[in-house]
Design a protein around this ligand. Structure first.
Ligand code: FBP
Length: 540
């Protein structure tokens, strides 16, 4: 056992807040109207005959009644997100309040644990060690996809052996899609095993009309914003560097947008806007160079630029280049030979890239043959290209400033942070709520806590059928049912707020220094949700 810090010891005693409906361990499930999937209704209905169209469920507090003892399994899936341990402790406490003989098993290292029969029983002593802590180390996580019926059948074997009647999958859009496929299969095969999902990902892209936010987004953005604020203060003190900060978020730019709203940087690139405006790489570079030049004209040779991790895949010409490279390199391992197969426009884009980045595009591929965007050093790419552009302007007598760029990438630093009060409360509620969905006999549902900008007591607890969030999308050449990913909406309140202010933030030095997450203290300091969530909910 590792030695604990004073904060960890104090934090372990924090009792997460719960919605009123979940406070006393007994609920009544109120069913809404039948639901439809967000799109492709006929296809989704055909693929999910047993779990399609189920109603949204809202829980109301009720009288306690006797429940049969059951065993439940839990899985952490995908990238770490602050609050995962609280989902599990909430699930544990929720199950115990249904029946103190209920048992919780944790499958180890992600969905693979279910298939490979690797598990531990989660006892109260283990759970108590992890309350309100960051990380997924209680049982580990992994990215094995649950897609094949052979895997599902292996799952039935271990569930039957351990007497498990329900599996809770804590994951992002893909993992919850797979949870729904599993729920449907287990119903069809009459296994008697329920499957419940929980919305996780720091990326913030698992949200919709009925899921207000994915857990972990709040804490991760606050951690990044603290550090961005510190860098801003350094920039404003030394007045000699331009800091280019890449922020995690595999495709959507929600993290970059939220951090921008919290800290007010000089430039924030939003991938979704770049794509919508069909911007070229040189247009993106010119946009940044314009701000650097305008600030230099005011004597400010410093600044901060926020860059979303997935940017390159949203620049149409780079996206085409990457897809051509994926194809060519899947047939030809000799990179030089493969490059000869590029179309003329892609060859030109490739030639315009700094050598190191061009090399990253050809070398780093994941097991599916795709470029791993988190390994592409977009922050360095932009520094180099903006530097070149400024030199060109200087040679033409159009710019007189100094430009010195520093590169940063914030991602892993925030994924295992101790959850903010919001995430601690939200996650614990999601876990207790998942136990109630199991108690109510539900399957194919995602645990849902809504009204999250109100005080926790007023949060609305219940369940949302996963099929409701699905549409059909092309994956590896085939149409598949998947939960629709939520990208940044350019007509949404958070983006509009950025758009209305960014010209001002570019020119003036309007930095905000949010400081570290506070766990103890006044509610206006400790319990605020993200600006994204506040702005989105305000508009409803
Ligand atoms: P999830 O969608 O699984 O929550 O993971 C998100 C993420 O943190 C991305 O922001 C990032 O691109 C990716 O995981 C990194 O993956 P890995 O942990 O495999 O390096």
């Amino acid at each position: 056992m590792s030695t604990k810090s004073a904060l960890q010891i104090a934090r372990a005693t924090y009792q997460p807040k719960l919605p009123n409906a979940l406070l006393h361990g007994a609920v009544k499930a109120v069913e809404g109207k039948a639901t439809e999937s967000v799109a492709d209704q006929a296809d989704i209905k055909k693929l999910f005959p047993n779990t399609y169209g189920m109603p949204i469920i809202t829980f109301e507090a009720s009288e306690k009644h006797a429940n049969q003892a059951i065993n439940v399994g839990v899985i952490l899936s995908g990238g770490q997100a602050p609050g995962g341990h609280n989902v599990i402790s909430g699930l544990f406490d929720g199950l115990k309040s249904l029946n103190e003989n209920n048992k919780l098993y944790g499958f180890l290292s992600g969905p693979g644990g279910l298939v490979d029969h690797k598990y531990i029983e989660l006892t109260v002593n283990i759970i108590d060690e992890y309350r309100n802590t960051g990380g997924f180390d209680i049982i580990g996580s992994g990215r094995t996809k649950l897609e094949e019926t052979a895997q599902f059948d292996k799952g039935v074997e271990i569930c039957n052996k351990l007497g498990i009647k329900a599996v809770v999958i804590i994951g992002g859009d893909d993992s919850n899609t797979n949870a729904c496929v599993l729920a449907e299969y287990y119903l069809q095969k009459q296994t008697g095993i329920q499957v419940i999902g929980c919305p996780k990902t720091i990326d913030g892209d698992l949200k919709n009309e009925v899921i207000e936010t994915s857990f972990g987004f709040d804490t991760a953005c606050k951690v990044y914003s603290e550090v961005i604020g510190n860098i801003m203060r350094d920039a404003n003190s030394a007045k000699k560097y331009w800091h280019f900060i890449k922020l995690m978020g595999r495709s959507a730019s929600h993290i970059g947008l939220e951090c921008a709203l919290q800290t007010q940087p000089n430039v924030t690139i939003i991938s979704e806007e770049v794509e919508a405006k069909k911007q070229t790489l040189s247009e993106v570079v010119n946009g940044v160079a314009d701000v650097v030049a305008a600030r230099a004209a005011n004597g400010d040779n410093f600044g901060v630029v926020l860059i979303p991790e997935g940017l390159v895949e949203f620049i149409p010409e780079v996206k085409i280049l990457i897809s051509e490279l994926n194809d060519l390199l899947s047939h030809e391992t000799d990179v030089q030979k493969a490059l000869k197969g590029l179309t003329a426009p892609s060859a030109a884009v490739y030639a315009s890239l700094p050598d190191a980045i061009a090399k990253q595009l050809t070398l780093d591929r994941d097991p599916h043959g795709n470029v791993q965007v988190s390994l592409i050093e977009t922050e360095k790419l932009l520094i180099e290209m903006v530097g070149k552009e400024l030199k060109r302007r200087k040679d033409a007598g159009a710019y007189k400033g100094k430009f010195s760029g520093l590169a940063h990438f914030f991602g892993y630093e925030g994924r295992c942070a101790a959850p903010s009060n919001f995430d601690a409360d939200y996650c614990y509620s999601l876990g207790v709520n998942a136990a109630q969905l199991i108690g109510a006999g539900k399957t194919g549902y995602m645990s849902s806590i809504r009204n999250t900008t109100a005080a926790a007591a007023e949060w609305i607890a219940g369940g949302v059928p996963v099929t409701m969030m699905m549409n059909m999308e092309k994956r590896h050449g085939q149409m598949k049912p998947v939960i629709q990913k939520a990208l940044v909406r350019l007509d949404g309140a958070p983006f509009k707020k950025l758009a209305a202010n960014r010209e001002e933030w570019a020119k003036t030095t309007a930095y905000v220094y949010p400081g570290p997450i506070q766990y103890f203290g006044p509610t206006e300091v400790c319990d605020q949700p993200t600006k994204t969530l506040l702005l989105e909910q305000e508009g409803k």
